[in-house]
Design a protein around this ligand. Structure first.
Ligand SMILES: *Cc1c(COP(=O)(O)O)cnc(C)c1O
Length: 435
């Protein structure tokens, strides 16, 4: 099993690909639903987890396995499980460790879909979520009850791109016998090794920068492999599991499997029985993106910094948030942890407020007006008139979303072309000036 300790760029291209009988250099797409058993004994061993191997593509697939092993090595974790989307990765994570009557304490500055899942759907299933402001880690400590099963954060939050102090919140989690779940989509393992900072379960939407081309949807969880599920706070891991042969996940697994109890339960209980599996074709598309992740992420970050610096000096712009700007409130902490760049997202406000923002979106060239992030192409969105338009003006302001906020996902175009496209619309609207 020993292999050389390759660096990130090398792992992004090579990790997790066994060379198969065809000697194919590219990762093959295994378009099969099921796999032959060698004997009834072989079949029985697979079902009893005595031997690991392929049974059915809802559970595992060789193309997806390469994707999972590659992300495991990039994150520095112990095991990963890929699913149909980042959203499914989050839902399946929660129900792997919590059931009706339980509680999750979560940061309040979440991706919109996650917020709705936590605020409106999980409570209907009996799992209640307490939202706290992640800027002060003590807020998590105060919200924890005996029913709490995990803490949840994003590395860079919505909508104003505040950097979250993963290390400090991991300390709170571990002091209380709880795992820390981190949605690391906005940073990817290239910018931030959240497991080194204390994350126990890392979630990435593969749809965004990991895939990188806006060509496929997928999500993945990575188990750091070191959380003690037998600490008294996780009955789903210490009581006999009716979903899996009465297994006590934190007690019965043999040594090589014991550290990855979370990843195994995630795969064999919710993924197996609720079915949010990823198609092998999507695993393949997302692997093509991951091969160039380090190169792209560095360029996304370089371009975004140039755009943010330009906007912060522009007379038509009232404010800019980018964690890599030296005067940004997130800069002191972000610059300690983010050594390879600050990511591709920039948000800013314009003179003329809501109306000017709408005019800019309607007239800008080169930027694509759509609701996604992390594409190779630059994207633009005005949340107040689109993704957050169902909220009242007061609710929008409460969530930190101002009416003039424009969100940019900076792509891989030449930065001067992006700056010129922004200048063109800012000059025609910003000069009107009346907020
Ligand atoms: C997009 C996104 C998700 C959801 O991922 P999908 O693959 O679109 O389901 C979750 N968290 C963050 C931070 C995201 O940007």
């Amino acid at each position: 099993m020993s292999s050389p300790k390759y660096r990130f760029e090398t792992l992004a291209l090579h990790a997790g690909q066994p060379v198969d009988a065809t000697l194919s250099r590219g990762v093959p797409v295994y378009r099969t639903t099921s796999y032959l058993f060698k004997s009834t004994e072989h079949a029985a061993n697979l079902f009893a987890l005595k031997e690991l191997g392929n049974i059915y593509t809802r559970l595992m697939n060789p193309t997806t396995d390469t994707l999972e092993q590659r992300v495991t090595q990039l994150e520095g974790g112990a095991a990963s499980v890929a699913v149909a989307s980042g959203t499914a990765a989050i839902f399946n994570t929660i129900i792997t460790l919590a059931e009706a009557g339980d509680n999750i304490v979560s940061a309040n500055n979440l991706y919109g879909g996650t917020y709705t899942q936590f605020d409106a759907i999980l409570p209907k299933l009996g799992i209640n979520v307490t939202f706290v402001d992640p800027k002060d880690p003590a807020n998590f400590e105060h919200a924890i009850t005996e029913k709490t099963r995990a803490l949840f954060i994003e590395t860079i939050g919505n909508p104003v791109l505040d950097y979250t102090d993963v290390r400090a919140i991991a300390e709170v989690a571990h002091r209380n016998g709880l795992p820390l779940i981190v949605d690391a989509t906005f940073t990817t393992p290239y910018l931030l090794k959240t497991i080194e900072l204390g994350a126990d379960i890392v979630i990435n939407s593969l749809t965004k920068w990991l895939g990188g081309h806006g060509a496929g949807i997928g999500g993945i969880i990575t188990d750091a492999g070191r959380f003690n599920w037998n600490g008294g706070r996780h009955p789903l891991f210490t009581e006999a599991d009716k979903n899996y042969h009465g297994l006590h996940w934190a007690i019965d697994l043999p040594e090589p499997l014991a550290p990855i109890a979370f990843a195994l339960r995630f795969r064999t209980v919710p993924l197996r029985n609720l079915g949010a599996c990823i198609a092998p074709d999507n695993s393949w598309i997302l692997l093509q993106g991951i091969e160039t992740l380090p190169v792209r992420m560095a360029r996304h970050s370089e371009n975004a910094l140039k755009v943010a610096e330009h906007l912060s000096k522009h007379p038509g712009v009232t404010w800019v948030r980018y964690p890599g700007l030296k005067n940004d409130p997130s800069y002191p902490k972000a610059s300690k942890d983010l050594k390879n760049g600050f990511g591709g997202m920039v948000v800013f406000g314009v003179k003329g407020g809501y109306n000017a923002a709408v005019e800019i979106i309607d007239n800008i060239k080169l930027f694509s007006h759509l609701a996604n992030v992390g594409d190779a192409k630059s994207l633009i969105l005005h949340p107040a008139s689109t993704s957050h338009s169902q909220l009242t003006e007061e609710q929008q302001l409460q969530s930190g979303l101002s009416r003039d906020l424009i969100r940019l996902s900076i792509g891989l175009e030449h930065p001067d072309d992006l700056i010129e496209a922004l200048d063109e619309v800012l000059l025609s609207t910003g000069s009107k000036g009346n907020a």
